[in-house]
Design a protein around this ligand. Structure first.
Ligand SMILES: NC(=O)c1ccc[n+]([C@@H]2O[C@H](COP(=O)([O-])OP(=O)(O)OC[C@H]3O[C@@H](n4cnc5c(N)ncnc54)[C@H](OP(=O)(O)O)[C@@H]3O)[C@@H](O)[C@H]2O)c1
Length: 337
């Protein structure tokens, strides 16, 4: 470490949707950064990003980028993390990685500070993985309930924003929406079809007819909660929202839980805002309100009307913040600041 009070921080993928949020989050939370190293591909080298009232110049990511770096925050995709994560760790940085590269590696902790911060202490590879955005907001909402009544089965359907697929996906939504409104043909560039005024199930195939994104929710939930017996039945869907993921969650427990008990647990849960009177029109959790904010919003907490002792909830959070950048910075804060 450069010195005890402030840190050299590298952000790999600084020009991306998550990377830009990472810079804003470090600044807003006054993380003690003595020097910021903003890294991206050759395409962006020399460009500038706003940083602390001035600018930081983007450097091309390379094998020497991590010399003297204390904390390396990665959000440049899985192949970049696979190649450069170990290089950064070897040069002495603690790596916090947003990609899927290391999440299921037995030697890399998968951490959500409100849920399993203690796991971050054991990191033989020097790499801590940040979970998938949909998983993070779900486990923040469910962990207090799991602690009280142990979860048996989760059925979750997501309504995921386009920013979850990166900046280019947001541009695709905007261009498609413009074309649709102008009555012009829609030509998708990131999505496999029309996303404007439409919804698309996640398309990257995984095993057994479930998408990769769906399997992430299964495996990551079990690893973070430390309970391989939790059943997770996911359906992941992209919706024409710019930013902020929503989830409809049905949850069954080993002992019955009533909505009133769940609400009292969630009212005091770290990182959660319970929207208790959520049936007032327009007052339930929604991405338009959650975007640009830190909490995980939980609302529509209801006793299931068909399965006694089970609950239904609606959970919304900013996928770029709690789903990525904020979670990574919170890990760094708890480790160092
Ligand atoms: N978006 C989310 O909500 C979210 C949530 C959780 C996790 N993640 C994960 O975070 C990562 C980044 O996602 P994103 O949404 O920010 O994507 P993005 O907007 O497409 O940004 C990608 C970033 O990676 C950089 N990059 C790409 N190839 C590179 C290379 N070969 N060398 C160096 N830099 C390279 C890009 O730099 P250039 O500008 O130079 O191309 C850009 O800064 C992904 O692994 C994603 O799965 C995203």
């Amino acid at each position: 470490m450069s010195n005890a009070k402030s840190f050299v921080v590298a952000v790999a993928g600084a020009t991306g949707a998550v990377g830009r949020e990472m810079l804003k989050t470090l600044e807003a939370r006054r993380f003690p950064v003595s020097r910021l190293v903003a890294l991206a591909s050759k395409r962006s080298a020399g460009q500038k990003l706003p940083w602390k009232g001035g600018e930081v110049t983007i450097e091309e990511l390379g094998p020497k980028s991590f010399e003297g770096v204390d904390i390396a925050l990665f959000s440049a995709g899985a192949s970049v993390s696979r190649e450069y994560g170990p290089i950064a760790a070897k040069s002495g940085a603690v790596v916090i990685d947003n990609s899927s590269a290391w999440r299921m590696d037995a030697e890399c902790p998968l951490v959500v500070p409100e849920v399993n911060m203690s796991a971050a202490a054991k990191r033989p590879k020097g790499i801590i993985a940040n979970p998938n955005c949909s998983t993070i907001q779900m486990v923040v909402a469910l962990k207090p309930l799991h602690d009280a009544a142990r979860i048996k089965h989760i059925i979750v359907s997501t309504y995921q924003a386009t920013s979850g697929k990166g900046q280019a996906a947001v541009v695709d939504l905007m261009e498609q929406a413009r074309a649709a409104l102008d009555d012009k043909p829609i030509t998708p560039s990131v999505f496999p079809g029309q996303i404007a005024f439409n919804v698309i199930c996640d398309w990257k195939a995984g095993e057994a007819d479930y998408s990769e994104e769906e399997w992430k929710m299964v495996h990551e939930t079990r690893k973070i909660m430390g309970d391989d017996a939790i059943g997770v039945s996911p359906t992941t869907v992209r919706v024409p929202v710019v930013n902020g993921h929503s989830e409809s969650i049905h949850v069954q427990f080993h002992r019955a839980m009533k909505a009133e008990e769940a609400k009292s647990l969630l009212r005091n849960a770290e990182g959660v805002v319970l929207m208790d009177d959520a049936y007032a029109p327009g007052k339930h959790p929604q991405p338009a309100h959650a975007s640009g904010t830190d909490p995980v919003y939980v609302g529509r907490v209801r006793d299931d009307i068909a399965v006694p002792g089970a609950l239904n909830l609606f959970v919304v959070a900013d996928n770029l913040r709690k789903g990525a950048a904020l979670n990574a910075v919170q890990i760094a804060e708890r480790l160092f600041a």
